[in-house]
Unconditional design. Structure first.
Lengths: 310, 255
């Protein structure tokens, strides 16, 4: 065998190992969570009871699905306008002298370890949120709008959503910037030639051309938010069971990732508890997979818009 | 009353300080077609891009202009002129057809009108129909107005782009090698169209194709290395050029 052949086989094995790892993960998640599915059936996915005490064991994931979705969508709501703004500024408006360093700093936000965001949220940010956002909002709107009711605490779904927003801004803005950057100059000129202002050009040419790619960028951000563990665990408040289904954003909750992080250490191997946590992992994995596939599909579609023109 | 719609006076256009158009003085009479010819890189595309202030939008370079472009006795580079209003009066068609791919044929045609704030549906439909008829595309696409602007052939796309340009009723139409990406049949359709359109508009066309200039243009200008070498009645310029350089170019000795 010559060196080329060895090299080819070596790299093929490496490439296929990715598929192997994927299959193993699914296999482990399914087989290890099987006991809890057998015991509770679909109630495991839709129930809201969570009790690991021996003899009274009961597991339902609904509150954590709720926590994950609420915090992720809240994050998206906050992060999308900011990220799109960053992307537009970096790709269209910023002079080259600012563009490079600013892109670098935005990307650097992604390099900050998750636990640092958690520390910041836990020790500093929560007090600002509690005193300057939650308290006034609860006082003025709490009685009329249930999602703004409760007692200001600072470690809750709302804070988790904000921390997540900061964490997904680099993801969304860098993908969005690439997508906007890929809009051909001819498309922009088409709008300018019709007498469009810069903003009208963005609306007519860029957003229309790049909309599915931009949507894909947001979905990718959602994917990150759904799986994010450490920072969320530190600020979400960590209630369990039905308590983790608050009607207010300003109450503590729990996400799928954070319940696993909180309880894996104390799960008794003889009980259903480990199986339940792995079951939560399976559901989380399922969510992440769907979101990732959807994002890929959208970005592919955005690129196809360009192919039509060539 | 002057018959000159547009003229350039001592016009220079630069990229990062390098001159691409060098001291050009040209006049474009109303309701005529003027062709700009010359070898690649001679500055003819840059020249027409100064006439609707597109030159300054060229990405990633410092594109500047000196001198005047006078549209109806007003220099469009005066500081009190809004370039977006100039671009509504001076329309442009590009080398590669560039319809908006995510918009329908209808929305493509009326894109400029919508930018102008026209929302009246019946009015939009009327103008869409007359514009598409104006470019002889109506019969080919009238059943497919809601299909994507890129679902039609390249030649149809280019006519769609011309329809989009005339829908806003500009006074001048600039065409930057509009047929270079098209087959001969589509090309001849567009050429016929131009002779039709000049009844209403003042047309300036950049072309690589000398036969095309000879077929459609009333006046032809030959440029070389950013300078205007010669301008004259098309027939005269092709049959009896004054400058040796022009003769060398049109007889194919260089370029």
């Amino acid at each position: 065998m010559n060196a080329d052949k060895i090299f080819k086989q070596f790299s093929s094995v490496m490439a296929f190992s990715a598929i192997g790892i994927m299959i193993l993960i699914v296999f482990v998640l399914v087989t290890q969570s099987a006991p809890v599915w057998q015991e509770f059936g679909l109630d495991f996915a839709f129930g809201s009871d969570w009790n690991p005490v021996e003899g009274r064991e009961s597991y339902g994931v609904r509150p954590y699905i709720y926590g994950t979705l609420i915090t992720s969508f809240l994050a998206l709501l906050l992060a999308v306008p900011i990220s799109i703004g960053i992307a537009i500024f970096l790709s269209e408006l910023a002079p080259p002298i600012i563009r490079e360093p600013l892109s670098f700093i935005v990307e650097l936000l992604a390099a900050v370890p998750s636990v640092i965001y958690g520390l910041w949220g836990l020790f500093i940010f929560r007090f600002y949120i509690r005193d300057y956002i939650e308290e006034p909002v609860i006082n003025s709107l709490g009685d009329t709008i249930p999602i703004f009711s409760g007692i200001p605490f600072g470690l809750d779904l709302f804070t988790a959503g904000i921390i997540l927003a900061v964490m997904i801004i680099p993801t969304i803005s860098s993908v969005a910037r690439e997508v906007i950057y890929a809009v051909p100059a001819t498309q922009k000129e088409a709008a300018y030639a019709l007498g469009a202002t810069r903003w009208e050009m963005m609306r007519t040419s860029v957003f229309n051309y790049a909309k599915s790619g931009l949507f894909g960028a947001c979905v990718l951000g959602l994917g990150r938010a759904v799986g994010e563990t450490m920072a969320v665990t530190m600020v979400i408040g960590n209630t369990i069971g039905a308590q983790a289904l608050p009607e207010s954003l300003f109450q503590p909750g729990q996400s799928m990732a954070s319940i696993i992080a909180n309880e894996f250490n104390e799960a008794d191997p003889g009980s259903l508890h480990p199986s339940a946590l792995i079951g939560v992992g399976l559901i989380l994995f399922f969510f992440a997979l769907i979101i990732q596939l959807f994002s890929l599909y959208l970005r592919e579609r955005s690129l196809k818009v360009g192919e039509v023109l060539d | 009353m002057s018959n000159i719609k547009l003229k350039t006076e001592s016009l220079n256009a630069m990229f990062n300080g390098q001159k691409a158009v060098d001291d050009v003085n040209l006049e474009f009479p109303k309701n005529t077609i003027t062709a700009l010819i010359g070898p690649s890189g001679c500055g003819k595309s840059t020249l027409i891009r100064t006439m609707n202030r597109m030159h300054e939008l060229t990405p990633a370079t410092d594109a500047t202009v000196e001198g005047k472009v006078v549209l109806d006795n007003k220099n469009i580079y005066d500081s009190d002129v809004d370039p977006t209003l100039i671009r509504r009066r001076v329309g442009m068609v590009f080398q590669k057809p560039n319809p908006f791919p995510t918009m329908s044929i209808f929305d493509n045609v009326v894109a400029g009108l919508k930018l102008n704030g026209l929302r009246d549906k019946t009015k939009l439909r009327e103008i869409c129909e007359s514009s598409l008829k104006g470019v002889a595309l109506w019969d080919e696409v009238k059943e497919d107005l809601d299909k994507s602007g890129t679902s039609i052939s390249g030649g149809q796309q280019q006519r769609l782009c011309i329809a989009r340009t005339i829908a806003v009723q500009p006074e001048v139409i600039l065409l930057d090698e509009p047929c270079s990406a098209l087959d001969p049949i589509s090309t001849s359709k567009i050429e016929q169209l131009l002779t039709e359109l000049k009844k209403q508009y003042t047309i300036i066309i950049v072309t690589h194709n000398m036969q095309q200039a000879a077929r459609v243009a009333d006046t032809t200008a030959f440029m070389y290395l950013g300078k205007l070498i010669e301008v004259g009645k098309t027939q005269k310029l092709f049959e009896n050029p004054k400058e040796e350089m022009t003769e060398n170019y049109i007889t194919g000795k260089f370029g």
